[in-house]
Design a binder for this molecule. Structure first.
Ligand code: SAM
Length: 219
């Protein structure tokens, strides 16, 4: 079911997980704050590999595409999704209407990319969508930035375990980062067990905090 959030952008409500894919205070606001402002904009390299846990509506991939065009940063985007959203819901989402007309087709193109294939969508953006269970996923690439966007700890604790964070940590380059919308105590504890250095940042919307977890020494 599609729901409008407070910034006017839409999200999907999952009955199975009894939660929305984004914060009800604003889907675009939240994605921009957590993943773009505190994740993507934290990097100054000309080329990075991003790994997203939970492709879902494709909003994070879409917003990242737009930033690659604006900032002329090359992104190799890899994302994993166990339960792809049905096209009849995707086609109703209004994300493109918030952005310049030149980006309107991109949201559709990101969704048309075949699962399991790397596709180049522009001079700055290539994407590989993996239809897989992240719990059994084997990384093939070294990652600079992780968008950790699983459902909440309360509905999917297994996604936020120390073992999962260790698996991610081992797949990351030195001087890399993971960003996520939740800053629950147990999550921070599990990230520290995996050797991440945790920074608590202001959260999106009505959330007090979010996390940027780093591997290696950078400010
Ligand atoms: C909070 S939603 C966010 C999705 C997405 N980033 C977005 O902006 O729409 C979490 C996503 O994780 C996916 N997911 C849940 N369990 C998973 C698993 N074991 N492996 C891969 N993806 C999973 C869900 O289907 C859902 O699409």
């Amino acid at each position: 079911m599609i729901k409008k959030t407070n910034d006017g952008s839409e999200t999907i409500y999952s009955q199975e997980f009894n939660q929305t894919y984004h914060s009800e205070t604003g889907a675009i606001d939240e994605s921009l704050h957590v993943f773009i402002k505190n994740g993507f904009n934290y990097f100054h390299q000309k080329e990075i590999t991003i790994f997203e846990v939970g492709f879902g509506t494709g909003l994070n991939a879409f917003l990242t595409f737009i930033e690659t065009e604006k900032q002329k940063i090359k992104v190799n985007y890899i994302t994993v999704e166990k339960y792809p959203v049905e096209p009849k819901f995707i086609s109703k989402l209004n994300y493109h209407t918030f952005f310049d007309e030149k980006y309107h087709k991109i949201f559709e193109q990101i969704h048309s990319v075949e699962w399991g294939r790397t596709v180049i969508l522009s001079d700055f953006f290539s994407i590989k969508k993996e239809k897989a269970d992240f719990l059994n996923y084997n990384f093939e690439n070294k990652i600079d930035l992780v968008y950790f966007d699983a459902f909440s700890f309360d509905s999917q604790p297994e996604m936020w375990s120390a073992d999962i964070f260790t698996k991610i940590f081992n797949a990351m380059n030195n001087n890399s980062a993971l960003v996520t919308y939740s800053a629950k105590g147990i999550i921070k504890q599990n990230m520290r067990t995996a050797d991440f250095q945790i920074k608590r940042l202001k959260g999106a919307g009505n959330k007090w905090h979010m996390i940027r977890a780093k591997k290696g020494r950078f400010s």
